[in-house]
Design a protein around this ligand. Structure first.
Ligand code: G6P
Length: 362
């Protein structure tokens, strides 16, 4: 049938969609480039960003994890304070809003009911909303004031992969162009650096045997697994743990490296897999300190670091990219590790139990 054709020679949509990420990033660069080659965002969106004294990012699941990284992009490159909220909580737990809030809804499908409820609520309050979505004409796109598209092509696998990296790329572009329109220059040639990201993604997609063997070594029999990181590595760890639990049913949690000692470390037993990300220079030593703490309690560490920050014993070293953009590539090993863990455990990778691709009920 048609879906077989679309999957081509791939055994699963998820693997195909992971592999599409370099092309998606290049598509996004093209789609957001002006004729002179510089990045562009619609003027009405830029003026909404300029007018906002605070941005509220609302999302669920993987899109929420993209929002956590997006906050860093927007605060650093556009200098606007950002709060990130889970949509299902926001409605009845609305924080005290700033005077001139701008709402950004991040949703691959554009149909998530939890997020839509918040959109309806904030529109009633008279606030402006921007939707970042993969689906033109989706509900969240139609009902918001503005839309930015992900240009990622249809995502079929329930576990989101290319939509996450596309969300990050679009958020980075939005952040930088908004900052620039306010006269803030970032020391980051985003077109060039996203190109480097795309090539790095390709290199990672060419290293699948590595991630298959990591999955085999660390995750084929375990009941649980932890992902640790600091700063943006922590947010990527949250996404890595979500991928793993969604498709392999291994109980997985992401933690901030420094928070482990405040409780979670009690769960460490002989052989507990700990996947640690080390892509940030300023916390490289402290995250490695956290790894030592868990190793002393018997954990089985798998450190994924970045070129230039690697140390002896690291299990995998990702290519170097700009320090703000590391989430776009550090997530790829985690996606592939989750994929192979699910495969080794005979799970239905594309259609995990109990989950739906888009959740249109509260
Ligand atoms: C569902 C999916 C998740 C997704 C979340 C948000 O729970 O299973 O993979 O991240 O919805 O979806 P959205 O389309 O709003 O990004």
């Amino acid at each position: 049938d048609a879906s077989d054709i679309e999957k081509g020679t791939y055994p699963h949509y998820m693997l195909k969609e992971i592999d599409e990420q370099p092309v998606v990033v290049r598509n996004i660069i093209q789609n957001y480039q002006a004729e002179n080659g510089s990045l562009k965002i619609d003027e009405d969106i830029l003026s909404a960003m300029k007018d906002a004294d605070r941005i509220y990012i609302i999302a669920a699941g993987t899109s929420y994890h993209a929002g956590l990284v997006g906050k860093q992009f927007i605060e650093r490159m556009a200098k606007i304070p950002v709060e990130v909220h889970i949509s299902s909580e926001f409605g009845y737990n609305m924080p005290l809003l700033s005077e001139k809030p701008l709402f950004i809804f991040i949703s691959q499908s554009g149909e998530t009911a939890d997020s839509r409820q918040v959109l309806v609520q904030v529109k009633e309050l008279g606030h402006k909303a921007l939707t970042i979505t993969n689906v033109p004409g989706s509900t969240l796109s139609r009902e918001a004031d503005y839309t930015l598209l992900l240009h990622a092509g249809p995502e079929i696998a329930v576990a989101s992969t290319k939509a996450y990296t596309a969300q990050l790329a679009v958020l980075a572009i939005l952040a930088q162009v908004s900052g620039r329109s306010k006269g803030i220059e970032t020391d980051l040639d985003l077109v060039k650096e996203l190109g480097i990201v795309a090539s790095a993604m390709e290199a990672l997609c060419d290293s699948k045997e590595e991630f298959e063997s990591i999955a085999r070594e660390y995750l084929s029999v375990t009941r649980n697994a932890f992902f640790i990181g600091r700063g943006i590595d922590f947010y990527v760890g949250l996404e890595g743990s979500l991928k793993l639990k969604e498709i392999s049913y291994i109980q997985a949690e992401g933690f901030a490296g420094g928070e482990l000692k405040h409780g979670t470390i009690a769960l460490i037993e002989e052989g507990t897999p700990i996947i640690a990300l080390a892509t940030q220079d300023f916390v490289n030593l402290s995250i490695r300190g956290n790894v030592k703490e868990v190793v002393a309690r018997g954990a089985n560490p798998c450190i994924i670091s970045m070129e230039g920050l690697e140390m002896e014993g690291d299990r995998f070293v990702i290519p170097e990219v700009h320090h703000l953009l590391t989430p776009l590539i550090s997530v790829v090993p985690l996606q592939l590790i989750a994929y192979y863990a699910a495969l080794h455990r005979d799970c239905d990778v594309d259609k995990p139990r109990n989950l739906a691709k888009s959740v249109t009920v509260e």
